[in-house]
Design a protein around this ligand. Sequence first.
Ligand code: ADP
Ligand code: SF4
Length: 684
Amino acid sequence: MTRDPRYDILFEPVRIGPVTARNRFYQVPHCNGMGYRDASALAAMRGMKAQGGWAVVCTEMVEIHHGADVAPYVELRIWSDQDIPMLARIAEKIHAHDSLAGIELCHSGYTAVNLWSREIPMAASPMPAASFFNSPVQAREMDKEDIRNLRRAHRAAALRAKAAGFDLVYVYAGHGLGIFQQFLSRATNFRSDEYGGSLENRARLLREVIEDTKDAVGGSCAVPVRIAMNEFQGAAGLEPAEVEDAIAMMAELPDLWDLSLSSWSKDSQTSRFAEEGFQEPYIKGVKKLTSKPVVGVGRYTSPDSMVRVIRQGIMDMIGAARPSIADPFLPKKIEEGRLDDIRECIGCNICISNDFTMTPLRCTQNPTMGEEWRRGWHPETIRPKQKDAHVLVVGSGPAGLEAARALGQRGLTVTIADRAAEPGGRVARECRLPGLAAWSRVRDWRMLQIGKMPNVSLYLESDMTVETVAELGADNVLVATGATWRRDGTGSAQVRPIALAADADVLTPDDIMAGRMPRGRDVVIYDDDHYYMGGVLAELLRKHGFTVTLVTPAPLVSIFTKATLEQATIQSRLLELDVRIEANTLVKSIATAHATLGCSFTGKTREIAAASVVMVTARDPVDSLFHSLLKAGHSVSRAGDCFGPGTIAAAVHAGRKFAEEFGDPPVDFLDMPFRREVTALAAN
Ligand code: ADP
Ligand code: SF4
């Protein structure tokens, strides 16, 4: 297939200072939880993006000095020449596919808590260091010598970046993480010297460092600036008008302007709270200020939207982190006219959660993300079958669909059977909940791919039992029958069932998704799951007019979503909807019209009116079919929620893993290939 001429504009080369990008697809810097610890895995991941057609592929933030250490987060480091080989490997992998390699040099100012190096953090002005763990650490104000040293450190890092082979060397003033933004913003700069006060003064350090970097490496490397357009603090912080003034003052100094929002939670908003293109109102004024290329982001997955933003003069290059994670081959697919093969990001931020858990990047839509080097998985290809076999997959949820699709891609004969009338399992149900519509893409992309495979057939309304499985006579069975929510209060805070009156109205999320509504008006949601479900159901039930109290043993609603950057938005939405929140609280027992709550610290109890209680606690694997088949002597495996209830991302990964490993001579799990990097010991 060939490209639709409508999209030709996306494939025009763009000159960025001394280098030229071969098209307008630009993978902006993004974190990945691999960093210096998993450098070869990281290099392979970046290389995959280049292979997929991204003309510019950037690293995540790279600490320029041990005095800017963001431990325990695992990012890259360019502290000394020792780091050059690791960084060079990343640049090489990107260059292997004719893409440009960008590096985001970073000093994180008061957000570099220096827990590892034990240096005193530095900032434009003295203030408590910002830390996920609320560390009792304060940053000191930088004096003139510190500023000189910061400039020297940045320059040295730029020279190392050039030695490592990078083509673009960033000056980073974004996300509240780059110290140059902290100088630029009146929210974090209270200085009275020539680096504080007026905009010109606050922008001084940024200007000096751009000049330093151009001077050091500008002959052969482009110098982009990544800048925050809005800090969402009104006049107390950066707003688009003031940032535009700053950009106008330095308009032609950098080689490219890379625009973002601050903090990170504003920049990487989920589909629950923001649509594709949500940054356009903040960035649309910049292009008229500069002749240099402008890059913007906004979770663009539609080539038509991409063409529109370029034609409307909003940006010159399509910046992407998440769309490039969900589909490293997005540019190639547009180029080859294979639009329906694009695996669109669902905007769930599971990818970001791994930066907070300091573990390698993963993605709900793309199970190969982070596994390119470690397991040798590829987002577009998979090894062909060694010999023919017929595999029956029971369950068409994320695990079953991905397993069937990948087995089908290997050329095996696959039958998928599901008792439901529609495919998709939990995704089909959950995408109807408030804000989760985009999650249907997990099902839709796989259904579309399976639809193209004559060797894969899907049977709905097919309840599988040991007898019906035997009738089908498949060589192997994969059970992917999912999980159901528990009704008995068992969760992470209370691992044993709680007392429930026989006539109490106790519902589960499955009941509500099946259309059952609570019996009475006063509803208690007991959220001992801590991800999105409790908060989403609170929103849904409020919209249906129920009075809702959300009880959680955690100090915050949906506390895991701190890692998906949504927690504050979820809690403020629930408060605005008049959902009563009882944090640090357990539901101890449920009677006909009330529930007994207990303080999770003191154990002190009290009663609350509760006509109905919705239990969002733990899930039970639906594994009876698996055990029956095993007993009947079938060759059977299980994957996804029916094995270990978890995220949709985990289920998709499990389905893929089954398909990747299927048909091998059995490998003992102790010998399972699983590459990792081992620290090279110093000489002594
Ligand atoms: P996962 O997240 O692991 O993919 P889901 O809960 O999303 O799991 O999907 C499980 C699917 O399995 C559901 O669509 C359900 O209808 C189906 N299912 C469960 N038990 C059977 C069975 N015995 N026969 C056929 N389909 C089943
Ligand atoms: Fe998109 Fe979710 Fe994948 Fe992140 S994890 S890239 S948000 S689909």
